[in-house]
Every structure is written in structure tokens, then in C-alpha cells.
Design a binder for this molecule. Structure first.
Ligand SMILES: Cc1ncc(COP(=O)(O)O)c(C=O)c1O
Length: 479
């Protein structure tokens, strides 16, 4: 049977009737040339590098050992190692069930999210200076901002802390924004490298854009103190820098949602214009719903209207609008005093469980007589312990003990439970037996990485290795 393409069309007048053209597909090429072109389209596509978190999770799932532990995952787990649906979420779901899901819900979601980040009484909402839009979770909020930055500050770079969540590098890379890094972590002392951070902020050209983790820094679990935030904010004023806060763990640093916004408060009190990406993935356990908010504090209402219109337009071409169900859940929880109180209580419960596990794990390692100084397990905050374990330790833990984590030695404390903490402590002790007290040191570049646009198309591991100072395993920092 031959295929015909009939290009004839109905003409209003018989005289203008176009000639009937019939194309015989059969005559358009030989079988050989057709099959060649059919197979030739995507020959140039290399396999993308394995996703670091999926790699860890895949290995964990494939392992049949009953003692296996997954410490790679960046989401909360209960003391049985199970994902949790918060009670407030269950109750909110019952309440919104059957509600008319109109576009109006966006309005209250953004308002409630902004109040949560900027403060109930900050007055900024009344002044209508905040341009806020719903986003596809924290990742989507960062991506939207990166795109906005490229369009409206096309000459600018983004300064990322070293280390940071590895996806930050890829988000700004794909938005074609050049990247620089600023120093954050001192591997030797396992503390914030405050002097180096201030130096890099000072030496950046005036009016640079910086990404800051306002609380529970991923992966180091180390935040500046309030006094240090004040100094950072002051220096930002002097240098006229723009702070973009990526707040993926509000509540997870101190267990108190309001206390965790102290960095934003300091900057707002100093009169900065700021940007903020919020995620409800971790603190409401809404990983599958992809709920987030991007907000930009502007100089006045007119500017906020313009910025918001541009953010909407960028999102429209990328994905239209985010799904509404998760946003409805969040706005219900944030606007209902009882549900909000329940949520605050549940966040505290998650954080208390994690910090209890820190104390237990540390105590067990001390009891075992470990030669390594593990104090950082209890000093660090948030969901992670940036352990300092080297890739060879991580390999051994997986091979011999069926314990999985990312190659940068970051342990998700949410995966530690009363049932597995003894086994974990023993394994950590075993693989570090030959190490001295201060030998668990993460190797990070000593100086900030110079401005560069990361490889845009093929992520060849050689290019990544070069970026990560010869150690491609640095890219195992994940969610
Ligand atoms: C620092 C940081 N920002 C943003 C995100 C994005 O999270 P999500 O897109 O799941 O909300 C994460 C996730 O792990 C993160 O660690």
C-alpha cells in the first residue's frame, strides 16, 4: 500500500481551484537511505554521566544484604527508616479534597510562603515589593532565578559556596551563567572558613550575585552565626552585592522555622534587596509534589510587578505552571493555625530525632575507642554529616558493610536509626582504624575557582574532573 500526501484544498471559486498534487512517498528515497536517516538523528548523543544519587540508591536497592543502610538519601526517614507522611499533610489533604482547584490558590500559596520566609509582620507584603511565583520545588526556583539572572543581568556571574549542593553548578551552567566560587568550609578544623569567605566576598567585583544557604548548609552542616551573618550583610552593603538565598531546609537547622530565617532577617533589616528560593520538599516531606516558591524583593511595587511578569513569562515557556495540589496543601497548612501548629511540632520532632542520632552515633564511636575525632558529628546541624570519610572508606563501607553514601563522605543522618546505629558505628570504626585523630579531611580547592562557564553539552568526565580540581568524586554531593 502506498502513502499519498494530498495537498489539494477546497477553493471558494471553481476557477481558482489549484491543481491536485499527489506525492508518491515511494519515490522519495531508497529503502537504504530512509533507514540510514532514521538511525542517524541521535548518533551524536553520548550517555549522560550517571546521576550520583540514583547510583547510590540503585546500588542500595540491588543489595540483598539484610543489614544494608542507605545514607545517601537527602529526605527525612523515621526511626524505622521509612519515609514519613506528616500528619499535618494528611489532614490538609482531607480538607482540600474536593475543593475547587482554581488559579486563585497560587495567590495564597505565594503570600503564605513569603510570610514564612520574610516574617509575618515584616510589612513587605503590604508594601507589595515582593515578586513571588510558585516554582517546581527548590530546584525549579533556583533554575527560574538563574534564567532571570541571565536575561536581566547578562554580564553577571553567580558566586557559589565551595562546597555546595552539586546541582547548583548544573543549574547555573544550563542557564549559561558563568560561575565563580567562594570559600566556605575549612577542611582541617571542619568549621566555617569565615575569614576566607569574607575575603572572597570582599575581592569579588562590586555588584556580584552570591548564592547563600541561609540554614542547614548542604553538605557541610555548618552555618554562620548571627554575628557572622551581620558582618557578611554589612560587607554585601559595602560591595553592593546581591544575596540569593536558597532555603531548602527551613526548620532543619534549629528545629525552629523562625529561628532558621535569621540570615534573611539580618539582610532585610539592613535594607538589602534579596532573592529567595523556598522548598517544601524536606520540611513538609513533599518530595513527590515538587512545591516551591521563588521570591524577589524589589525596590517598589512597580518593579515587583515587572519582575513578577517576567518570572511568569519564563516559567510559561518552560513548563507553564507547576501542579497545584502540593501548593494547595502548603497554603492550607500555613493558613490554618491548628495545622500550622501541628506542622511546627512535627518539624521539631524530625530535627530532634536526627540530633538524637548524632549524639548516639558519636557516643558509640567514642565507646569503641575510635582513633578519629568524631566531634563534628554532633557539632554539625541539619540533615547531613560531612564526615570527612575518603572515597576509599566509602567504597569499603559499601563493599564490606553494605552501607551506602555519596562519595564526598556525606552521611544523611536521617538514615540512621536506633536499629542500625550500632552496626554503623562498628563499620565506621573498622574502616577508619588506621586513621589518626585529625586525618579525616575533605580535599577542597584552596582558592576560589576562577570564572568559567562549565561544559554546556556533553558532560565529559574529563571536563568535570578539571572543574573539581582533578577529583570528579566531588560531584557526588547530591540532594
Ligand atoms: C541546597 C539545596 N537546594 C535546593 C534543593 C532542591 O530541593 P527540591 O528541588 O527537592 O526542593 C536541595 C535538595 O536537596 C538542596 O540541598
Amino acid at each position: 500500500m502506498s502513502a499519498h500526501l494530498n495537498l489539494s484544498c477546497k477553493s471558494p471559486t471553481p476557477e481558482l481551484k489549484p491543481p491536485k498534487i499527489t506525492i508518491m512517498w515511494r519515490n522519495l528515497g531508497t529503502k537504504r537511505s530512509i533507514s540510514k536517516s532514521r538511525h542517524g538523528w541521535w548518533r551524536n548523543v553520548p550517555i549522560a554521566p550517571k546521576d550520583p544519587i540514583l547510583g547510590v540508591t540503585e546500588a542500595f536497592i540491588a543489595d540483598t544484604n539484610p543489614n544494608k543502610i542507605n545514607l545517601g538519601v537527602g529526605s527525612y526517614r523515621d526511626d524505622e527508616g521509612k519515609p514519613v507522611v506528616l500528619q499535618c499533610v494528611g489532614k490538609a489533604a482531607a480538607l482540600i479534597d474536593g475543593e475547587f482547584q482554581s488559579g486563585e490558590s497560587d495567590l495564597s500559596f505565594v503570600t503564605e510562603s513569603v510570610k514564612l520566609a520574610y516574617g509575618e509582620n515584616s510589612g513587605l507584603m503590604q508594601e507589595r515589593r515582593v515578586a513571588g511565583v510558585p516554582a517546581l520545588s527548590g530546584t525549579g526556583a533556583c533554575r527560574l532565578f538563574a534564567e532571570f539572572q541571565r536575561r536581566f543581568q547578562p554580564e553577571s556571574s553567580i558566586y557559589l559556596p565551595m562546597p555546595t549542593w552539586s546541582n547548583h553548578h548544573m543549574i547555573w551552567r544550563d542557564a549559561l551563567v558563568p560561575q565563580r566560587t567562594y570559600r566556605y568550609y575549612d577542611s582541617e578544623s571542619k568549621r566555617l572558613h569565615f575569614a576566607a569567605l569574607m575575603n572572597d566576598v570582599k575581592n569579588a567585583p562590586e555588584r556580584s550575585l552570591f548564592l547563600l544557604h541561609p540554614c542547614a548548609h548542604n553538605p557541610t552542616g555548618i552555618d554562620p552565626s548571627e554575628e557572622q551573618w551581620r558582618e557578611i550583610s554589612h560587607l554585601f552593603q559595602v560591595k553592593k552585592h546581591f544575596p540569593f538565598f536558597d532555603m531548602a531546609y527551613q526548620g532543619f537547622a534549629t528545629g525552629d522555622l523562625q529561628k532558621d530565617t535569621k540570615a534573611l532577617r539580618v539582610f532585610l533589616n539592613d535594607g538589602h534587596l534579596i532573592g529567595c528560593a523556598q522548598s517544601f520538599t524536606k520540611n513538609m516531606g513533599l518530595s513527590g509534589q515538587r512545591v516551591g516558591c521563588l521570591s524577589i524583593l524589589c525596590a517598589d511595587e512597580r518593579q515587583a510587578i515587572a519582575v513578577k511578569s517576567q518570572l511568569h513569562q519564563i516559567a510559561r515557556a518552560m513548563y507553564g505552571k507547576p501542579p497545584v495540589h502540593g501548593a494547595l496543601l502548603v497554603s492550607k497548612i500555613l493558613s490554618d493555625p491548628d495545622l500550622k501548629a501541628l506542622w511546627v511540632h512535627e518539624v521539631k520532632g524530625m530535627v530532634d530525632r536526627i540530633s538524637g542520632m548524632r549524639t548516639t552515633l558519636h557516643g558509640k564511636l567514642e565507646k569503641l575507642g575510635s582513633s578519629v575525632d568524631w566531634k563534628h558529628i554532633v557539632k554539625q546541624i541539619g540533615m547531613f554529616c560531612y564526615s570527612g570519610l575518603k572515597p576509599e572508606h566509602v567504597d569499603r563501607l559499601a563493599r564490606e558493610f553494605h552501607i551506602y553514601m555519596t562519595y564526598d563522605g556525606r552521611l544523611s543522618m536521617a538514615g540512621v536509626t536506633n536499629a542500625n546505629v550500632d552496626y554503623l558505628a562498628n563499620a565506621l570504626h573498622e574502616v577508619t582504624k588506621s586513621e589518626g585523630a585529625s586525618s579525616l579531611v575533605v580535599s577542597l580547592p584552596k582558592a576560589p575557582i576562577a570564572e568559567q562557564t562549565l561544559p554546556i553539552l556533553a558532560d565529559s568526565s574529563a571536563q568535570w574532573e578539571e572543574f573539581f580540581d582533578g577529583d570528579s568524586r566531588q560531584d557526588f554531593i547530591v540532594d
